[in-house]
Design a protein around this ligand. Sequence first.
Ligand code: NAD
Length: 282
Amino acid sequence: METQIIDGKSLVAEYQEKMKTQVERMSRIPTLAVILVGNDPASEIYVRHKRQVAERVGIVSELFQLSPVMTQEALIAFIQELNANDKVDGILVQLPLPKHIDADAVIEAIDPNKDADGLTSANLGHLFVGKPNLVPCTPMACLDLLKTVCPVLQGKNVVIVGRSKLVGKPLSQLLLDENCTVTQAHSKTVNLKKVCHEADILIVAVGKPNLITKSFVKKGAIIIDVGINRLKNKKIVGDVDFKKMLGHAAAITPVPGGVGPMTVTMLLHNTIQISKKRQKNN
Ligand code: NAD
């Protein structure tokens, strides 16, 4: 069996071209405020990449790099100022935050109508009651990539490994809305191998290199690998043993070059949606 490599890069290029045209037609250029607390090198790389792509599609991104010793109260007050700032459309807080800060409390401080990552409980709630507003970026990215190789998802057996608020849980809802039969596996799942082997579509969002080996995967399954793991030799790999899936899976996303770039694209998609709505309401 020839395994199709799901080409995140070409889908991303197509999306970004469309977004550029959308932005050019808007009466005001959308603005994304990016908050980075501290100077974690991986976070700095992610933020730089997000801002580069924003620039490519014509979105203004303003970086606020704040002190790693900043208090939670001061950070929340800063977000409240951005909430009230008419020039700011989307707000993004780069995670993880320093240990002394409760990330949930900080996310909740974002105005749900400016929540570019779609992670406030208001926006997650909208998704779970079937009235999606701003949807988390990585789950949207997974769904769009999946649809390039499997346009009709109805009735598919999907196993999602991981149940985080960022990826696993919202993705489960998106796939239920596509009429898939969804199983959510996690760290306490008994016999993960057997559970995964039932999947027509296996989506893995854990953060453990080589967690999923060939024996976990039914022949001909589609695999979406969300994991990003930096090995000691600096190489970036996903959660799935990619090489062993070639000739075994029907399709697979590469890491890097799969879900990651598509996630950034979805962040900008959300920013444009926010800006359009605000311009309409003004
Ligand atoms: P998380 O740590 O919040 O959640 C990990 C999940 O994996 C948990 O639900 C846990 O129950 C489950 N898990 C842990 N060990 C397990 C095991 N042995 N077997 C089965 N399940 C297990 O992580 P997250 O924020 O959801 O991110 C997961 C991975 O996806 C990370 O590698 C992260 O870097 C990556 N990620 C990538 C993107 C992207 O754009 N590509 C975006 C977000 C996260």
